[in-house]
Design a protein around this ligand. Structure first.
Ligand SMILES: Cc1cc2nc3c(=O)[nH]c(=O)nc-3n(C[C@H](O)[C@H](O)[C@H](O)COP(=O)(O)O)c2cc1C
Length: 182
C-alpha cells in the first residue's frame, strides 16, 4: 500500500548501491559494544545488529574484522551490548571513529566501566541498558564478520511510566523517527 504522499512514480527505479540502500534499513539504536581479553579492553560503536530469536535471546552483530573489538570478541567469546542515551552522542560518534586499543576509550571518552556478572567485558555505566552476551555462533564470522550472541544477563534502567512521547521500542511499542542529527 502506498501512502497519499508518495506515489509509485515518485520512487526512482535506479539500482541503489549497498551504502545508499543501508541508510533506509539500518536505523535502530546505535549501540556501544564493550569487550575485554587478557587485560585489554575496548569499545566500538555499532549500528549493524539484529534480533535473531527471543527465546533464547539471540543478537546478530556485524563487527568488522579490521576493528580491534573483533579480535577481543573473537578471543574472549563475550561482549556487552550497551544502549546509550542521547546525552553521550558525541562520545558514541568519537568511539566509532577511533580504533583501539590506544588510547583507552573509557578514559578518552569519560565513560565508567562497571564489572559485569556473567562475562569478563565491562558494562558502560552511562548507558541505560546493558546486555551481557556470550558468543554462540561464528559460522558466518569469517565470511561476513557476523557474530551471533546470546544475551545471558540484561540490565535495564526502570522507567516509571510509558507516556505518549516515550521512545521505547519492542513489546508492541513503536518509535516515530525524529529529525536528522549529525
Ligand atoms: C554510527 C556508527 C555506527 C557504526 N556501526 C558499526 C557496525 O555496525 N559494525 C562495525 O564493525 N563498525 C561500525 N562502526 C565503526 C566502528 O565503531 C569503528 O570502526 C571503531 O573505530 C572500531 O573500534 P575498534 O577498532 O577499537 O574496535 C560504526 C561507527 C559509527 C560512528
Amino acid at each position: 500500500m502506498h501512502s497519499d504522499r508518495i506515489s509509485h512514480e515518485d520512487i526512482q527505479e535506479e539500482r541503489f548501491s549497498g551504502r545508499q540502500g543501508s541508510r533506509f534499513l539500518e536505523p535502530g539504536p546505535v549501540v556501544l559494544v564493550s569487550s575485554a581479553y587478557m587485560g585489554e579492553r575496548d569499545i566500538m560503536t555499532m549500528g549493524w545488529h539484529m534480533v535473531m530469536m527471543d527465546e533464547p535471546s539471540l543478537v546478530g552483530c556485524f563487527i568488522w574484522d579490521q576493528n580491534y573489538s573483533h579480535e577481543l570478541v573473537r578471543r574472549s567469546k563475550e561482549c556487552v551490548v550497551n544502549v546509550p542515551e542521547v546525552t553521550i552522542a558525541e562520545a558514541v560518534v568519537g568511539i566509532g571513529n577511533h580504533h583501539g586499543p590506544e588510547p583507552d576509550k573509557f578514559e578518552e571518552f569519560g565513560l565508567t566501566a562497571v564489572a559485569a556478572t556473567k562475562v569478563g567485558a565491562p558494562l558502560i555505566a552511562e548507558c541505560y541498558a546493558n546486555f551481557e552476551c556470550k558468543l554462540v555462533d561464528t559460522s558466518l564470522t569469517k565470511k561476513y564478520s557476523l557474530f551471533v550472541f546470546e544475551v545471558v544477563k540484561a540490565h535495564v534502567a526502570t522507567v516509571a511510566e510509558v507516556s505518549d512521547d516515550d521512545s521505547l521500542r519492542g513489546m508492541g511499542l513503536f518509535m516515530i523517527a525524529g529529525e536528522d542529527d549529525e
